[in-house]
Design a protein around this ligand. Structure first.
Ligand code: AMP
Ligand code: MG
Length: 324
C-alpha cells in the first residue's frame, strides 16, 4: 500500500535520503524541502529529538510543531481524523494545509507544545515524502530558520541560518509556494483558520459547505500559540504602503529605502524588487526580505497586496514582518 516515493527519485537522491532517514531514526535533525518552505525535521515520536528542534531554532517550547506525514493512515496514527479532517485531506493532500486534530498519546507533549491537539500535514514534495516514508515515522518540522527570522525557501539559506545546529540539509532547490501552510483547527463544530496560507479560506468553505471562522479572538490565540510571537522580522524596519499613502510617503521619506511589490515604486528608492504577479510576490517574499535587509537600506517598503487568493496569506506575513 506504500506509494514508494523513494523509488521514483534519482539514485543519488535516494542515497542522500537513506542517509537522512538514518539520522532521523537516530534522533538527529534533518532540514528538507517542502512545497511551502524548508522544514527542520526530527522524529515526531521522539521527545528528545524534537527538543533538539526547539534548541536549534531558539523556539519557545510552548509553540507546537507541525507533524509531517506521507499518508492518511499515518495521520490516523498520530491523531483522531474526524469527517471534516478526512474530507479536507482527500481534497487538499498532499498540499499546503495543516490540520489541527485531537492528538493520540503516541505523540509526545514536546511535539505538541503541551497541547491536547496535534497539527498534521502531508507535504507536496517528492523528497519530503520519500524522507518520511524511508524514516518510517512521522516527522515534526517547523520552518528551518532561527525563531523570528524569515522562513528559508532554499537550502543555502538554511545552512547560513542554522549552520552546525542541523545534521544534514537535503537540497531540493527553491520552494514553489514560498509561504507556510494554511493552519486549520478542525477539532470544534466549525473549522477555525489559525493561519492563512496556500489553501484559501474560500476553498475550504466550498469543500466543506460550511463557514470557516477566523482566529481573531483571544480564545483562538490560545489555541495557536505561534500567532503570539513576532515572526519573519527582517533586520531593518518593514512598512506596508497602500496606494492612498503614496503622495504622503514620497513627500516625507528621508531615509534610504528599498521597494518591493508588483507595481513600480511611487518615487525613487535605493533598491527595488518588482514581482511579475501575486504568486511570485508570495514565492519570493522571504528571499527578497533577506536580500534587501542586507543591501544597506534603512527601511523596506512593501506594496500592500490585493486580498485575493494567496494575497490574504501574503498580507498576513507582511503585517507580521512589519511588527504592527
Ligand atoms: P511553523 O513554526 O512555521 O511550522 O508554524 C507552525 C504553526 O502552526 C504555528 O503557528 C503553531 O502554533 C501552529 N500549530 C502547530 N500545531 C498546532 C496545534 N496543535 N494547535 C494549534 N496550533 C498549532
Ligand atoms: Mg516558522
Amino acid at each position: 500500500m506504500s506509494a514508494d516515493y523513494l523509488a521514483a527519485l534519482p539514485a543519488a537522491t535516494q542515497e542522500e535520503i537513506k542517509q537522512a532517514a538514518k539520522i532521523i531514526a537516530e534522533g538527529g535533525l534533518v532540514a528538507f524541502p517542502t512545497e511551502t518552505v524548508y522544514g527542520l525535521g526530527a522524529n515526531a515520536l521522539d521527545a528528545y529529538a524534537v527538543s533538539g528542534i526547539y534548541i536549534a531554532k531558539g523556539r519557545p517550547s510552548d509553540n507546537p510543531i507541525i507533524v509531517h506525514v506521507s499518508s492518511v493512515p499515518m495521520a490516523e496514527f498520530v491523531g483522531e481524523v474526524n469527517w471534516m479532517a478526512r474530507y479536507l485531506m482527500e481534497k487538499f493532500w498532499p498540499g499546503p494545509l495543516s490540520l489541527v486534530i485531537p492528538s493520540n498519546p503516541v505523540v509526545p507533549e514536546t511535539t505538541r507544545g503541551g497541547l491536547a491537539t496535534v497539527g498534521v500535514r502531508m507535504p507536496d514534495n517528492p523528497i519530503a515524502l520519500a524522507l518520511i516514508e524511508t524514516a518510517d515515522t512521522p516527522i515534526a518540522a517547523p520552518s528551518a530558520n532561527k525563531s523570528g527570522r524569515p522562513s528559508p525557501t532554499d537550502a543555502e539559506t538554511v545552512r547560513r541560518d542554522l549552520g552546525k545546529n542541523v545534521d544534514m540539509v537535503l537540497d531540493g532547490g527553491p520552494t514553489l509556494v514560498g509561504l507556510e501552510s494554511t493552519v486549520l483547527d478542525v477539532t470544534g463544530e466549525h473549522p477555525v483558520l489559525l493561519r492563512p496560507g496556500g489553501v484559501s479560506k474560500e476553498e475550504i468553505e466550498k469543500t466543506l459547505d460550511m463557514e470557516v471562522l477566523l482566529a481573531s479572538d483571544a480564545n483562538s490565540l490560545k489555541r495557536s500559540p505561534g500567532t503570539r510571537y513576532r515572526h519573519y522580522a527582517p533586520k531593518v524596519p518593514l512598512v506596508l504602503l497602500d496606494k492612498g499613502q503614496h503622495a504622503f510617503f514620497c513627500n516625507s521619506i528621508n531615509k534610504k529605502w528599498a521597494w518591493m511589490g508588483i507595481s513600480e515604486p511611487p518615487c525613487a528608492p535605493e533598491q527595488k524588487i518588482i514581482f511579475r504577479n501575486l504568486e511570485e510576490y508570495a514565492r519570493e517574499l522571504f528571499r527578497a526580505m533577506r536580500a534587501l535587509e542586507s543591501s544597506g537600506v534603512e527601511m523596506i517598503v512593501a506594496e500592500t497586496p490585493e486580498e485575493k487568493g494567496l494575497g490574504f496569506a501574503l498580507k498576513d506575513r507582511l503585517i507580521r514582518a512589519s511588527g504592527v
